[in-house]
Write a protein that binds this ligand. Structure first.
Ligand code: PSV
Ligand code: MN
Ligand code: MN
Length: 406
């Protein structure tokens, strides 16, 4: 790469003691899973908007996801949600994914869309409903065996709207009972990623409301259970990067659902309102990646980076491209942090120098670096532009309206 902009960038970073070859290697290794449901029609509780050209079935969702991977080299796997992505023959589904250069990623059970679950699924006071919900979890383990998926991502809408509505401690025990049964059914290579959320759809209490509750369940289950951090699932002002650092240090950070939020679980394009938070999350991960404890480094190496966003008003594929490119940009910036400089400032209790050493990396324009790695990988320098000028956006219009919802 002889581009002038890259040359300047290289000189600038070398002068700061940054090993750009290592940075490029790390960037090329970044993998981000996209969610099948991010390609379908979506909306809010007020309205689900129907778009022209939306996939009509799980197979077409994967075809759209393959576009995102082909243009970015970042997204070789796609998470599925059951029953949204229920198919008759999972081995056929798996072959379809493989023929597109993809694999089927995390399997997400869905325990929030049936009438039966209005007052809870695995924490419902009715044992028959708890049984039905647990059976669905077991069904998802079987599906994961067929799809070759390692991760099962669990999110429960379970909670109550009013004081006294449910017995919080009994519900805690029922949650554990269901998770333990599922845990036992998993093969040794599988992982259970437990997702928490502070509220919504329940507005008084949620059975797994925060990382501590998810971590507590994971700890009681065993080493194959870990915590999933969805960036939209915290109360205002929560320090997500602190949670991330804490969980990695306890070797229980399983993965992320990246999305952007301003008010609640807004599920917006990643990095659209809070890029610095994303950068600081990567700062904690990269810092832990240099830990002396191999178990901490192992946790870092196994973090599943996943997107969880639903595009309400925008076109699905370009929105997904924007999300994954924003993740890549913030990761690239975080790779420019000079950790020795930060540590020296910390040792000297030099608050301003420490803050400056971290923030400075965020302020670099990493465009020349991203262009360089894309060129080296034979990818378009501007994946968004390449998509918009390709034939695909027009081709999918033939699908018409009325595609799969979520
Ligand atoms: C719930 O808000 C959530 O974040 C969970 O990950 C679900 O699986 C997903 O959204 C579904 O939209
Ligand atoms: Mn999520
Ligand atoms: Mn969510």
């Amino acid at each position: 790469m002889t581009d002038r902009a890259y040359q300047l960038f290289e000189e600038q970073q070398q002068a700061r003691g940054i090993n750009l070859e290592q940075v490029k290697k790390s960037l090329k290794a970044l993998k981000i899973e996209t969610p099948s449901w991010g390609y379908g029609d979506s909306g809010t509780r007020f309205k689900v908007f129907q778009k022209v050209g939306v996939p009509r079935n799980p197979f077409e969702k994967f075809e759209d996801a393959a576009q995102v991977h082909a243009l970015t080299g970042l997204c070789p796997s796609v998470a599925i949600h059951i029953p949204w992505d229920k198919v008759e023959d999972y081995s056929k589904f798996r072959s379809h994914a493989e023929s597109l250069g993809l694999s089927i990623g995390a399997v997400n059970p869905n325990l929030f869309q049936e009438e039966d679950y209005m007052l809870g699924s695995v924490t419902n006071a009715d044992p028959a409903i708890r049984r039905k919900a647990t059976d669905h979890l077991l069904e998802c383990v079987d599906i994961a065996k067929e799809t070759g998926s390692r991760d099962l991502s669990l999110w429960f809408a379970d909670g109550t709207n009013y004081p006294g509505q449910g017995d919080i401690r009994k519900r805690k025990a029922w949650m554990h009972e269901a998770l333990a049964e599922m845990y036992k059914a998993m093969t040794p290579h599988m992982r259970m990623l437990i997702e928490y959320k502070c509220f919504e759809p329940a507005f008084y209490h949620t059975d797994l409301a925060d990382w501590g509750m998810a971590y507590n369940q994971a700890l009681k289950l065993g080493p194959q259970a870990e915590v999933l951090v969805d960036t939209g699932h915290h109360l205002q002002g929560a320090n997500i990067e602190h949670i991330v650092a804490y969980l990695i240090d306890e070797k229980r950070l399983g993965g992320f659902h990246f999305n952007s939020r301003k008010y609640a679980d807004d599920d917006l394009i990643v990095g659209s309102t809070n890029p610095y938070e994303l950068f600081l999350i990567f700062y904690q991960i990269l810092s832990a990646g240099q830990d002396a404890d191999p178990a901490v480094r192992e946790n870092v190496d196994n973090i599943a980076y996943m997107i969880d966003q639903s595009h309400n008003i925008e076109q699905k594929i370009p929105a997904m491209l924007r999300s994954v490119l924003n993740v890549q940009t913030q990761y690239a910036k975080a790779l420019l942090i000079n950790h020795a400089e930060v540590e020296e400032a910390q040792r000297n209790n030099d608050v301003l120098a420490a803050e400056d050493a971290v923030r400075r990396a965020f302020e670099f324009d990493v465009t020349p670096l991203l262009h360089a790695i894309r060129e080296e990988q034979g990818l378009p320098l501007d994946p968004m532009k390449a998509y918009l000028s390709s034939g695909y956006p027009k081709e999918i219009l033939a699908r018409g309206k009325g595609g799969a919802s979520w």
